[in-house]
Design a protein around this ligand. Structure first.
Ligand code: 26W
Length: 824
């Protein structure tokens, strides 16, 4: 692929083996005689890690020396998945490792499988952050990620009797990919009060005093770029009691229990990832997490800037900070506080610097996901920050008043403080006011935020502040790593692996569209991936599925707006239709496997009902002798990044069927198409741009448009809302008890039938079913299907996260790559 000698790699397999053996015998203190797969994983990782560290140090030195602008990506979630395979491929030494492991009696695939996913995220937002880190390093941008080192990542999902059960994720048992920096710590203050003092010139300064301290300790994770020595840093903060292990005074005075309790309270801050996706619940501990992480990161960034001895004016020339959704919005307030209260700048000068530094990305329009914090809670936890928020709001509203002197209502609408009972701080508004650019994550989404939730702000700041950067995915993980045979085939046709660095080169394979051998190999790869998934399904669920069936996949967080309920209703409809056919007619139907996967937030009752119904339908359908291979329904437990890498390449058709206007972008849609799967979807998020790129003949679109959603909802409430007749039969079957206790699913049915059908399941059901018939017919014609598949992959170049990162770098961050001089 690229010359491995560019980096400080292993010269050959023997050197790799020596390093591995050394780590088994010394670092792990074991003998090679009892080196099992788990120890082999650890040793191989340590050997690779050693190589990464050298490049990592060099990259950091180079960046410091060049003194160029850096971007800091603040994200409360980084859904990294596994690191070893990625490190081997990015360094370009997987073949060497494979040969070395084989000499030692191991298969590289088995060793890779030993690794526990780093699952510090919920879904799309967290995985996007991980893809961005890969692109930033691969494109040689000076960049750091900042996040929280949760002791427990997203819970592990078990399915017991058809129900989701959450199990804690003990992922830190052994993690060779992180480096504790016990010397890099920051004291973080909470609570307390604010005193104001005046100097001789009449200038007032605020002093935040008292309260309690918690220590932030840095843990660094190296992020290797692909085919470049550049290795960036992801810094994750962990919380600790500020006064060391124990409060010795308390300890000695006999208050042992309470001194331990203090310590535990401090450690609680970074203990657990909140498992809600697209739902804000306003918990104090969550706000503590946000401030803890933001304050530690800003202290670190400012400390680094101060070493350059530049004037504060130059801060935005050295530092760009991107806010991944509103979760880090307090960073805006914290920087203003540092500049005014600690560094003595005046308000306007500080505020200019702040605005030039920050960019804000919005990832959702769902009202229940928009962050708001009670003013009282903010006052209690961060008294000085609340004052600054009030001042930011005051100056902002004065500006608005001057610009719109005759519009009283606009002040109420755009105020950062919502005058509700209790009063709330609107974090998205604060993020907009404190940033120089605001972006959505797909064209439709970026248009929607400009015309709905942020409309007034477009009037106030002008349209240039609002922009679009359509999401992307890293082709390294989502093609090369997940689907090595397809990557290999593409390289054989395009002449090299350069498409992994410039994904638009994929368009070359369209020239091979009539190449018989190529088409055959293409189809064989998909089949082999399906065989592998079928084996996995057998071993985890006991259900035997036929790999020649059409594999229909919907894997993502379970949410009503993503409409897994519509999918399972469609499956029931298919089942009822099959049952009503004569055996002769049945034989003519296209066999299908409907595969679901995804976690429900633990408190999301409706999402849990949906999982339960899918499992109950599976239990009936999979054991019905009338049906056999014609229909199987599978729920795969504990969907995560490493499972996605196996499932996605095995899909024929995948479902991206959110109510139009609700899915900001979606990124798995891109992953499926890149792996030769076709998609069925609504005109929502990035589906629209995928259609633009691959052509509407190559995608199965259905359903109502975003622009009609409001009227349809209005009709449900005030007009006549009748449930689609096919859907009514589905409900009848559920209510008869065909799929278990009907009472269990009453809520799901009444949401559609009696409570306004907010997500328009009934409105879209008919065209959904019709479109699935088109899918069946199209799949029958394998030749046509393969043409669609190849054509689509060839046209997916746009969706690389490299393109996306370049757009951020140019349009928002104003940063340049820092190229690495070649060593030879
Ligand atoms: C405060 C609770 C909470 C937690 C997470 C609210 C909102 C979020 C995220 C913003 C939800 C999320 O992951 N959004 C997804 O972001 C992806 C990356 O841009 C998009 O592809 C998905 O469409 C969007 O749902």
């Amino acid at each position: 692929a690229w010359t491995k000698h560019q980096v400080n790699g292993f010269k050959n397999k023997d050197e790799f083996e020596n390093e591995m053996v050394r780590h088994v015998e010394t670092t792990l203190a074991r003998s090679m005689f009892n080196c099992d797969e788990s120890a082999a994983y650890s040793a191989a990782s340590l050997a690779f890690r050693d190589r990464l560290i050298l490049e990592w140090n060099r990259t950091q030195q180079r960046q410091t020396f060049a003194d160029s602008k850096r971007v800091y990506y603040l994200s409360l979630e980084f859904l990294m998945g596994r690191a070893l395979d990625n490190a081997m491929l990015n360094i370009g030494l997987k073949d060497v490792a494979k040969a070395g492991l084989s000499d030692l009696g191991f298969r590289v695939e088995d060793i890779i499988e030993q690794e526990h996913d780093a699952a510090l995220g919920n879904g799309g937002l967290g995985r996007l952050a991980a893809c961005f880190l890969d692109s930033l390093a691969s494109l040689n941008y000076p960049a750091w990620g900042y996040g929280l080192r949760y002791r427990y990542g997203i819970f592990k999902q078990e399915i017991i009797d058809g129900y989701q059960v959450e199990v804690p994720d003990y992922w830190l048992d052994f993690n060779p990919w992180e480096f504790p920096r016990h010397d890099v710590t920051v004291d973080i203050q909470f609570y307390g009060n604010v005193r104001k003092s005046q100097d001789d010139n009449g200038r007032t300064t605020a002093h935040w005093e008292g309260g309690e301290m918690v220590k932030a300790v840095a843990y660094d994770v190296p992020i290797p770029g692909y085919a470049t020595p550049s290795t960036n840093n992801l810094r994750l903060w962990s919380s600790k009691a500020a006064s060391g292990e124990f409060d010795f005074q308390k300890f000695n005075s006999g208050e042992y229990e309470s001194s331990v309790a203090d310590q535990q309270r401090a450690e609680t801050i970074s203990a657990v990832l909140y498992p809600n996706d697209n739902l804000e619940r306003g918990k104090e501990l969550r706000l503590k997490q946000q401030y803890f992480w933001v304050a530690a990161s800003l202290y670190d960034i400012v400390r680094r800037f101060k070493k350059t001895k530049r004037s504060w004016r130059e801060f935005p020339d050295q530092v760009a900070i991107q806010l991944n959704d509103t979760h880090p919005t307090l960073a805006i307030v914290e920087l203003q506080r540092i500049l005014c209260d600690l560094e003595g700048l005046d308000w306007d000068e500080a505020w200019n610097i702040v605005q030039q530094t920050f960019g804000y990305t919005n990832h959702t329009v769902l009202p229940e996901a928009l962050e708001k914090w009670p003013v009282g809670l903010m006052q209690h936890l961060l008294p000085r920050h609340l004052q600054i928020i009030y001042d930011i709001n005051l100056y902002f509203l004065q500006k608005v008043e001057r610009a719109f002197p005759n519009d009283r209502d606009i002040l109420r609408r755009v105020s950062i403080i919502e005058e509700s009972q209790p009063k709330m701080v609107r974090m998205a508004y604060l993020a907009i006011v404190g940033s120089h650019k605001v972006n959505g994550v797909a064209e439709l989404h970026s248009d929607l935020i400009k015309t709905t939730i942020f409309k007034d702000f477009v009037e106030i700041f002008g349209p240039d502040k609002f922009t679009n950067v359509t999401n992307g995915i890293t082709p390294r993980r989502w093609l090369h790593q997940a689907n090595p045979r397809l990557s290999e085939l593409i390289s054989s046709k395009t002449g090299s692996f350069d498409f992994l660095k410039d994904l638009t080169l994929l368009n070359k394979i369209e020239l091979c569209i009539n190449d018989k051998a190529f088409r055959k190999e293409w189809a064989e790869i998909k089949y082999a991936n399906k065989v592998r998934l079928a084996k996995y399904i057998k071993s985890t669920t006991g259900v035997v599925v036929n790999p020649s069936s059409l594999f229909d996949v919907q894997v993502k967080r379970i949410h009503e707006y993503k409409r897994q309920q519509m999918n399972i209703f469609g499956v029931i409809h298919r089942y009822l239709t099959l049952k009503a056919l004569s055996p002769a007619e049945r034989k003519k139907q296209m066999p299908r496997v409907s595969i679901f996967g995804g976690k429900a937030a633990p408190g999301y009752w409706m999402a849990k009902q949906i999982i339960h119904l899918i499992n109950n339908v599976g239990a009936v359908v999979n054991n019905d002798p009338d049906i056999g291979d014609l229909l199987k329904v599978i729920f795969l437990e504990d969907y995560n990044v490493s499972k996605a890498e196996m499932i996605i390449p095995a899909s024929d058709i995948s479902e991206h069927i959110s109510t139009a206007g609700t899915e900001a972008s979606g990124t798995s849609n891109m992953k499926f198409v890149l792996n030769g799967g076709l998609i069925i979807g609504t005109c929502d998020g990035a589906n629209i741009e995928i259609t633009r790129e691959i052509g509407e003949n190559n995608i199965f679109l259905f359903g109502n448009l975003a622009e009609d959603v409001e009227d349809l909802r209005h009709n449900h409430t005030y007009g006549s809302h009748s449930v689609d007749s096919d859907l009514a039969k589905v409900f009848e079957a559920i209510e008869k008890g065909t799929f278990g206790e009907p009472h269990d699913f009453a809520g799901m049915i009444s949401a559609v039938r009696d409570h306004g059908d907010y997500y328009l399941v009934s409105d879209d059901f008919h065209s959904y079913i019709e479109t699935h018939h088109l899918v069946d017919e199209s799949y029958r014609n394998q030749d046509e299907w393969i043409t669609k598949s190849i054509t689509s992959v060839a046209r997916m170049g746009f969706f690389s996260s490299d393109r996306c990162i370049n757009e951020y770098a140019e349009g928002i961050w104003n940063i340049e790559p820092l190229p690495v001089e070649s060593k030879d």
